[in-house]
Design a protein. Structure first.
Lengths: 303, 442
């Protein structure tokens, strides 16, 4: 009897170390943040000395126009960059999915931007956008056009361009991998049936790539919500609040305003937002899978 | 026999007393101690690093320095000071940290050190320390809680402090027969004339980027133009006539400034002056060293200095760093000795000659220092008008400062109406102050 009990426990015992480490490493900091978000906590105090204020931080934030503005900047930024990156990344992958000589070198070149430290990317773009000595305005002036006030009047767009430059390769490389692992039989069948290249892309390649694309987009979206360094270096959130994304506001709230509780509450709002996004993405994939399974069953029944 | 004995005893006592006198070294008890200090990476503290070996040689006290970028330094200190036993014996703090540290009871009151005859040097001459700096950086608990006053006391000594000064291009001014501006009106007038006289050149380099930079630039004009952020009852008055005038001055300066000025932080503003893209620079004295460094500057020898122009009154900024002893320090007395040595007349002169910012009137007037840095006399004159109340140093200032800075950035880039913008700041500031309890007694 005892042996049976031990036997039944064995798998759990094997899992225990991983579960414990996960609990400590993941849940403890998370719990600390949630706990902190209910307190009026400034960095000169230990968390124990701070005062419990219930949901006050959440409610204040909800009505805080600056936080709302930075939330809307974040949403605009995140969706704009992910949309542009998907378009360009998948497009590039479709173009380059063939046997070209020196492809591996080309691929390495393409993913270089991704490997550069974000602070360097920020600095680089900041100098390129410089109103007088920057590359862009010099070029525009050399062809007789007027310079653009990149980081002034068009700050959000300029920041989006820099992010697209850095992260399109990520989508490109994953899309390329997905493309190259597509079942050749489906494509051959389409070709034999006389499908044009466009039809192949729209009806075969893209639908088959979809699961990978969804996960990729989700990863990028999560990342885009948290981007900090590039924007910090390029604009510091300005002018006004026009590029102050939530991650930057959180960092300023903690260090400049010295309100750790509010910063924690803000992080939780961001966490909830990301969680909702992730769940909805999962729901979409599940629905698609269910639809595919239903179709497969129908086809089988028809046979 | 008795006399002989007496004489011998007397002789022995004299010998002991004399030996004692010869050994009288206030540092003796602390020789061999190692102090751990936290300084920012900043031109003044780079100069301090050069003179620290002299301190060790003179006193036998070793000093280990943890030098950090100044924002990082503040973060580190916040964590260190909250612990029971800290790593630092002496810290340099940014002026606006004073409110936080003193309020959280994390800095030593310096009274008990200056009272201690074994520690306090009678020749220290505290009256020679620059008043505006002492009250702005070292004092707490006086008027308004952060200024001089009967209830205040000293928690730190200014060290690496700065005031504002007007730098101008002597060659450009001479070429066009321009007079060095004495008043705000003259300065603004010249600032907008320059782009016409010298196409491609901006009038005056100013910070203007969203946040702290724009706020700093605005406050720089607010004090001399007669304004304040709060009245005596903590009501925000930043939106009164003087406030509007200061914001208009900032806008005019930026509009007549170099291209892209709206996104300038301190680095860019200084950079454009060093590159010769602007004719004037109105900001901290800390830049003097860089302007004459040929590796960084294209305007070496072409820059003259003048006092911060006058509006309705004189009022240059006060800022920079002070040094204080954390409550949780391990070697407080030795730390005091270091603090006293660094800020003494001799120490202040030594650091000035090494390229630092002196904190004493006497150092600014010193012949050796002036021979090496001829601008020092003008700086000393400007310091007499250093205004310790040009910006409030209260715990909630960080939040108000950020709001002021982002709103002004909207004025500069999105053409938001100045009065509307400042009214908004005043209203939000009022709410912040109310929540922080500043109206409890009204």
């Amino acid at each position: 009897m005892a042996t049976k009990g031990i036997n039944r426990l064995t798998p759990y015992m094997f899992m225990a170390p991983a579960a414990i480490i996960m609990g400590i490493a993941l849940l403890y900091p998370l719990g600390y943040m949630v706990y902190g978000s209910f307190r009026d906590w400034n960095p000169s105090q230990t968390i124990g000395e701070s005062e419990f204020v219930g949901l006050k931080n959440y409610i204040t934030l909800f009505y805080d126009p600056a936080f709302r503005e930075s939330l809307s900047v974040t949403l605009t930024f995140a969706f704009a960059v992910v949309f542009a990156e998907l378009l360009l990344g998948v497009g590039l992958a479709l173009l380059l999915d063939r046997n070209i000589r020196g492809m591996s070198i080309l691929r390495t070149l393409f993913i270089l931007p991704m490997m550069i430290a974000p602070v360097v990317v920020g600095l680089m773009w900041r100098y390129m956008y410089h109103p007088t000595v920057g590359t862009f305005n010099r070029f525009l002036e050399s062809i007789g056009l007027e310079g653009v006030d990149w980081l002034g009047q068009h700050a959000l767009m300029s920041v989006i361009i820099a992010d697209v430059w850095q992260w399109t390769p990520f989508i490109f490389i994953l899309s390329l991998a997905a493309l190259q692992s597509l079942p050749r039989s489906a494509l051959e069948a389409a070709r034999i049936d006389g499908a044009t290249p466009w039809q192949q892309i729209i009806h075969i390649k893209l639908p088959l790539m979809m699961p990978v694309l969804i996960v990729t987009a989700l990863l990028r979206l999560i990342d885009a919500f948290k981007v900090l360094e590039v924007i910090l270096v390029m604009t510091e959130g300005g002018p006004g609040l026009s590029t102050e994304i939530v991650a930057l506001r959180i960092s300023r709230t903690a260090t400049e305003f010295r309100e750790l509780g509010t910063a924690a509450a803000m992080s939780n709002y961001l966490l909830i937002l990301l969680l909702l996004l992730t769940l909805s993405m999962f729901a979409v994939t599940k629905l698609q899978e269910a639809r595919a399974a239903r179709l497969a069953r129908q086809i089988q029944e028809e046979d | 026999m008795l006399t002989t004995l007496k004489r011998a005893a007397l002789g022995a006592t004299t010998a002991i007393v004399m030996a004692g006198a010869a050994l009288a070294n206030p540092y003796a008890d602390y020789a061999g101690t190692t102090l751990v200090v936290n300084f920012p990476a900043h031109p003044h503290y780079n100069a301090v690093m050069k003179i620290l070996p002299e301190f060790t040689k003179e006193t036998g006290i070793e000093v280990e320095v943890d030098q950090l970028p100044y924002l990082k330094m503040r973060e580190r200190q916040t964590l260190e000071l909250a612990q029971d036993e800290g790593d630092y014996d002496l810290i340099a703090y940014v002026v606006f940290s004073k409110a936080d540290y003193v309020y959280a009871d994390q800095l030593e009151n310096l009274a008990r050190y200056f009272m201690n005859p074994k520690l306090a040097d009678p020749n220290y001459d505290a009256d020679d320390l620059i008043d505006g700096y002492v009250y702005n950086i070292g004092f707490a608990g006086g008027n308004k809680g952060y200024l001089e006053g009967k209830t205040g006391s000293l928690f730190g000594v200014p060290y690496g402090s700065e005031t504002s000064i007007l730098g101008y291009r002597k060659d450009i001014f001479e070429k066009h027969g321009l007079e060095v501006p004495e008043t705000y009106e003259e300065m603004l007038d010249i600032a907008c004339k320059i782009p016409e006289l010298e196409p491609g050149m901006g009038g005056l380099s100013s910070r203007a980027a969203s946040g702290h930079h724009a706020s700093h630039a605005f406050l720089l004009h607010l004090a001399p133009l007669g304004g304040r952020v709060f009245d005596d009852n903590w009501n925000p008055i930043v939106n009164n006539a003087a406030g509007v005038q200061a914001a208009e001055a900032l806008k005019q300066i930026v509009d007549c400034g170099p291209e892209g000025a709206t996104s300038f932080g301190f680095g860019e503003a200084l950079g454009s002056f060093l590159a010769g893209d602007t004719a004037m620079f109105l900001d901290t004295t800390v830049v003097a060293g860089q302007i004459n460094d040929p590796a960084r500057s294209q305007v070496v020898g072409k820059v003259g200095w003048a006092m911060h122009p006058m509006g309705t009154r004189r009022g240059s900024q006060t800022g920079g760093f002070g040094i204080g002893i954390p409550k949780n320090a391990e070697h407080k007395e030795a730390a005091f000795l270091l603090m006293q040595w660094l800020t003494s007349k001799a120490g202040d002169k030594m650091v000035a000659l090494a390229g630092g910012n002196p904190s004493r009137f006497s150092t600014h007037a010193d012949a050796d220092v002036n021979a090496k840095f001829p601008h020092m006399a003008t700086f000393g004159e400007a310091l007499k008008h250093a205004d310790p109340d040009w910006r409030p140093i209260i715990p909630v200032w960080g939040k108000i400062n950020a709001d002021l800075g982002t709103t002004l950035s909207k004025v500069l880039t999105e053409d938001l109406d100045i009065q509307t913008a400042l009214d908004g700041v005043a209203e939000r500031t009022k709410a912040v102050m109310d929540e922080a309890g500043y109206y409890t007694w009204q």
